[in-house]
Design a protein around this ligand. Structure first.
Ligand SMILES: [Zn+2]
Length: 504
């Protein structure tokens, strides 16, 4: 507990009191994104466990710090950030619509704990474990970090005898799974809007994204003009869903476009991908000996697996790990898989696109059989706005704020009443806001917004630097065979083709 500032040593012991902490009764940490984050007693029961502390050894962006050196932030601070924003979001709704929606302290605590624990089952090296490694060693694997988070929450509660209301625990797990394929689609669920705050399976706007977009931009030294505060301050539940002011359309759009930018410039950076491909190869080669994939079967083992697996491989003396170790050493010495080229799949070919494989490139080589599949790595990078080819804004509902002449006066009154009597405030708000909710199509806002919402980029790497020339040629002939044109924009640089040793 030494890391936290302490304002008092005595905490309420039961859940009833734990749901309504005041800053005076809470410990807090200072976060570099959100400032002070107050930790209520129930949250602390989870935080001070080895299962949650494991998040300190999971970098939020995996190996991205090898390219953006500042990106060393972890799932630990991200989880605290989501905890804080989840609490803020539901508190905001309670302030303006608490009576109408029946939001209780129980609900606030539930959403906060779901935010805190939503990533507790995340795999090592960011999404690589789940999307790169497991499919290679367990073909057809349906394992997901969300499901493991739910299992690990149960395990942590049992292991540490955490006194949490069983109904709250059930809902926390449901909220964690809400945007995954394991979500229980309960349209009749009471207060359904609460399940859209942490992981929004309905339209993708959630506090998880609010936190990681700001945090990742900051860590990588990139500007970010997306302001989640605008959305949090004015959102409103209509029917059973959270809706936004029509005039905040561009702010919502910016959420998704900033995320897509991060994908393009950071998460899918060609060198980040090269290192990821090498890490996956190293883990796959080490799997027989270290049985890395077996950890997923049991939460009591799983929490022991984190990013330090790379160090374990690197420093193990065993002969069985030599190939893996050599790959990690190549990363350390910056002798990376070499990027050869890439192209964006033409729009009219997206519909029937199937992932390009190393075998496709091998089959396209012209002069004899020189290349082997293991010489090549292919990356099929899909970037979208969270809803595939569909525009996520189509599934978001907006409302209009009526522009009454005495609007400013009403705002003052609302503010005043808000201070005095929140219940009255809710009624007054409804007087000057429309009760219609509606989607807005892009073309009604601007013709500058993209009309197509997905990019598919095929990228090819040579695992051995001396093969860049021949792999690039095979890749070009693959494009000609498939599309009748060279779809790549740039030629592979001659100096890269001539290179015979691998430093860049
Ligand atoms: Zn998250």
């Amino acid at each position: 507990m030494g890391a936290y500032s302490e304002e008092t040593l005595t905490f309420p012991q039961n859940n009833e009191l734990a749901t309504s902490p005041t800053p005076r009764l809470s410990k807090h940490v200072r976060d570099n994104v959100h400032g002070n984050i107050y930790l209520d007693p129930l949250a602390l029961r989870f935080i001070d466990t080895e299962q949650f502390q494991r998040l300190r050894d999971l970098k939020q962006l995996g190996v991205t710090h090898m390219v953006y050196p500042g990106a060393t932030h972890t799932r630990f601070e991200h989880s605290l950030g989501v905890y804080r924003l989840a609490g803020e979001a539901v508190q905001q709704l309670k302030t303006y619509q608490g009576l109408e929606l029946g939001i209780e302290n129980f609900d606030i605590q539930t959403v906060k704990i779901a935010g805190l624990l939503h990533d507790v089952g995340h795999g090592p090296i960011s999404h690589l474990f789940e999307r790169g490694f497991l499919p290679r060693v367990i073909p057809g694997s349906t394992w997901s970090h969300e499901l493991m988070s739910a299992n690990l929450v149960d395990y942590t509660v049992d292991e540490h005898n955490i006194d949490i209301d069983p109904e709250m625990l059930r809902r926390v797990k449901e909220m964690i799974l809400a945007s995954s394929e394991f979500a229980q689609t309960k349209n009749t669920r009471e207060k359904r809007f609460l399940y859209d705050i942490v992981a929004n399976g309905r339209n993708g706007i959630d506090v998880d994204k609010f936190d990681y977009i700001i945090r990742d931009c900051r860590a990588c030294g990139l500007g970010c003009s997306f302001e989640f505060q605008r959305l949090m301050e004015t959102m409103r539940v209509m029917g059973d869903e959270i809706c936004y002011r029509a005039k905040d359309y561009l702010t919502v759009h910016k959420l998704f476009s900033t995320r897509a930018d991060l994908y393009r410039t950071v998460y899918m950076h060609p060198k980040v991908k090269a290192i990821e491909l090498m890490i996956v190869d190293a883990m796959v080669k080490a799997n027989d000996y270290l049985q890395i994939s077996s950890y997923i079967q049991d939460p009591s083992e799983y929490w022991k697996l984190d990013d330090t697996i790379i160090k374990t491989i690197e420093t193990a003396p065993n002969a069985e790990l030599k190939e893996s170790r050599d790959l990690i050493q190549r990363i350390r010495r910056r002798n990376l898989y070499q990027f050869c080229n890439e192209y964006a799949v033409p729009k009219d070919k997206m519909e029937n696109f199937r992932d390009v494989t190393a075998q496709d490139i091998v089959c396209s080589q012209k002069n004899g059989v020189l290349l082997k599949e293991e010489d090549i790595a292919v990356c099929n990078v899909r970037i979208d706005l969270t809803r595939g080819r569909h525009n996520p804004l189509e599934s978001i509902k907006f409302f209009k704020v009526l522009d009454l002449p005495c609007h400013n006066i009403i705002v003052v009154i609302v503010w005043f009443l808000n201070r005095l009597l929140l219940a009255c405030c809710a009624i007054v708000c409804q007087d000057y806001e429309s009760n219609d909710k509606f989607p807005i199509s892009d073309d009604r806002i601007s013709h500058l917004l993209p009309s197509y919402c997905q990019d598919m980029i095929v990228r090819v790497y040579a695992k051995k630097p001396e093969l860049v020339g021949i792999v690039s040629e095979a890749f070009e002939s693959f494009q000609l065979n498939t599309y009748g044109i060279k779809a790549q924009v740039h030629a592979t640089p001659e100096k890269k083709k001539r290179r015979t040793s691998g430093r860049h």
